[in-house]
Design a protein around this ligand. Structure first.
Ligand SMILES: Cc1cc2nc3c(=O)[nH]c(=O)nc-3n(C[C@H](O)[C@H](O)[C@H](O)COP(=O)(O)OP(=O)(O)OC[C@H]3O[C@@H](n4cnc5c(N)ncnc54)[C@H](O)[C@@H]3O)c2cc1C
Length: 381
């Protein structure tokens, strides 16, 4: 057993912390009010080589480990969850299908700009009538001479409508097997493709500054070489990138819990009632102790799932457990932190109010926690 982080990892943490303190934290409140993360922040991150952490060096990525990725997320998410959630979608579900299943030409064309951080990636699975039930999507891709015509609407898609969006990697039905079961394919649709349009930014309770939209495909034609991987294997390919995605959302959750804990500890020492800092009251001290203990337990579940992935072992079950536990800890710790802040914690000027609002989606996105429990229970049989 070795719980020490390597020197390289500690240097990475220091770099990400400095970036967060200079470029993210000071602006997070303003971004939340304006509902917009300026894309320059992602471009600067690209300049540091951190927009393609999990992507191969051959295509401009960093080829980093999952442990390093979790470390970076811990720092980014402490600054702002909208910024970190956009980075999460870009780094995992948007980029990994291309990295794992794309041809060398597709990687050169679309993965490189994502890895180098000149562009932002998006992934479109969810539809108005199909969220947890991924196989129930209705968007179709029909073969036409030399290409595919895509029809359908995707809902709640992250990163597709920014000034630096490259396009969207989406899942569509491509037909049916003789036994009637649907076939699926993954397609890359570049920005500007005729028949691809985007709705207005959606207004959210949390992750307010992150770009979220509906995407419409109406007779949208893409050439054959926009099919990513194998026709018919789309659903399996999608499920393949979900496990790393869960480690990423678990890490995002951990970062929120840590931020909420730190704010509570600081406030409890500053705020005085009855002539003493409220940290002196046992009720507050015990609350802080529970918050710290749960955050620490979540931390090691997340890092263990990352370590399993890095060492080439099965990690699906550990990733689901880490996502389930860390997201619920994030919600409990954020709620307890607001309680420690009292009425001030309920004011929009107070950063904890933003983290509190950001916490809920962690139990919903990237597979709801009901679905995580189903995955975990299935793995126990
Ligand atoms: C801000 C935001 C960003 C997002 N970004 C993206 C993105 O970039 N790309 C993308 O494709 N999607 C994205 N999503 C969609 C997200 O992944 C879905 O919201 C999520 O998967 C849940 O689907 P749903 O909202 O349709 O809920 P539903 O599937 O309708 O679920 C509703 C409730 O029913 C429960 N439920 C459903 N089925 C079962 C079952 N079998 N057993 C037990 N309980 C069940 C769920 O757990 C949940 O509590 C985003 C969503 C949000 C809010």
């Amino acid at each position: 057993m070795d719980f020490d982080f390597s020197e390289e990892n500690q240097a990475l943490r220091a770099l990400c912390r400095e970036f967060t303190e200079n470029e993210v934290s000071p602006h997070a409140a303003e971004w939340s009010e304006t509902g917009h993360v300026p894309v320059d922040v992602y471009r600067k991150l690209g300049g540091l080589g951190l927009m393609g952490m999990l992507l191969p060096a051959e295509y401009g990525g960093a080829g980093a480990t999952f442990v390093d990725y979790v470390t970076a997320m811990e720092e980014f998410g402490r600054g702002d969850q909208s910024f970190a959630a956009g980075w999460n979608a870009h780094s995992t579900i948007a980029s990994l299908p291309l990295a794992r299943f794309g041809t060398p030409e597709q990687k050169q064309r679309w993965l490189r700009p994502l890895a180098e951080g000149t562009h932002l990636g998006a992934f479109g699975l969810t539809e108005a009538t199909a969220g947890s039930d991924a196989a129930g999507i209705r968007t179709t891709a029909t073969r036409v001479g030399g290409g595919w015509v895509i029809n359908g609407t995707k809902m709640f898609i992250t990163n597709a409508g920014t000034e630096m969006s490259l396009g969207v990697t989406l899942l569509a039905r491509t037909g049916s097997n003789p036994d009637g079961r649907a076939r699926y394919g993954v397609f890359f649709v570049p920005d500007g493709t005729s028949g691809y349009s985007k709705g207005e930014r959606l207004h959210k309770a949390g992750w307010r500054a992150m770009d979220t939209r509906e995407l419409v495909f109406d007779g949208c034609v893409v050439p054959d070489d926009h099919l990513i991987g194998e026709e018919g294997a789309g659903l399996r390919q999608f499920l393949d990138v979900l496990d790393p995605g869960r480690i990423s959302v678990a890490a995002l959750s951990l970062s929120l819990a840590q931020a909420a804990l730190e704010m509570a500890v600081a406030h409890a020492q500053e705020r005085e009632q009855f002539g003493r800092p409220i940290a002196d009251f046992q009720a507050i001290g015990h609350k802080l102790a529970d918050m710290a203990t749960e955050t620490e337990a979540a931390r090691w579940m997340v890092y263990r799932a990352a370590w399993l992935a890095d060492t080439g072992r099965p990690f699906g079950q550990a990733a689901a457990m880490a996502k389930l536990y860390a997201s619920e800890v994030a919600n409990r710790v954020a709620s307890a932190s607001v309680q420690v802040h009292g009425g001030y914690g309920f004011m929009r000027e107070s950063p904890i109010s933003r983290f509190y609002a950001d916490a809920k989606i962690l139990e919903i996105g990237e597979g709801t926690n009901e679905i995580q429990r189903t995955v975990i229970a299935r793995g126990l049989r």
